[in-house]
Design a protein around this ligand. Sequence first.
Ligand code: 5GP
Length: 194
Amino acid sequence: MQLLKDKIIKEGKVLSPTVLKVDTFLNHQIDPLLMKEIGHEFATRFTNEVITKVLTIESSGIAPATMLGLEIGAPVVFARKRKSLTLSDNLFTASVHSFTKNVTSDIAVSRDFLHADDNIIIIDDFLANGEAVKGLLHIAEQAGANVVGVGIVIEKGFQDGGKNLRAQGVRVESLAIVNELEEGKVTFAEEEAE
Ligand code: 5GP
């Protein structure tokens, strides 16, 4: 998605060879017009699917997921991160190791919001090692729901998350795939989709 790549080039900050900071439009301040286009692009890529629910994880997945939900008329559910979960009958839960924070936390979704007849799309801001997406897939599996695919705003192609998910047969659509992060320079992969 050229608009997104241009924005990353213009405003992204390379914090290290593995971490890209996009605080000006995705992770702190949000650019609503860009998010609207991102929602439209996800809807276009998954236009052949009937989607009943958009599933994401707080907090940075919520903006792109909501724009997709608006575009396709489906509710958006975000998994909540909790330090410790007390036993509850009414939650689907998974453990997710955060790449950027280097901590493992439990994520949870109420059983009230995901059902066996749901066709789910998983949305997230970044794809690195795939831990967050794996946690969301695990939650969808507990609900007995079908996952039509995964939509990612920025995939870091030099980390293994995307490769592993695709090898498992999961459809992954990333709007920008970063090949390399060097000091002050972001290089994209030629192909954006699988
Ligand atoms: P994964 O679970 O795929 O290893 O990492 C994805 C999650 O970590 C995303 O939800 C995102 O919040 C965070 N993340 C991973 N890499 C980056 C990065 O380079 N920049 C930012 N801002 N977040 C990242």
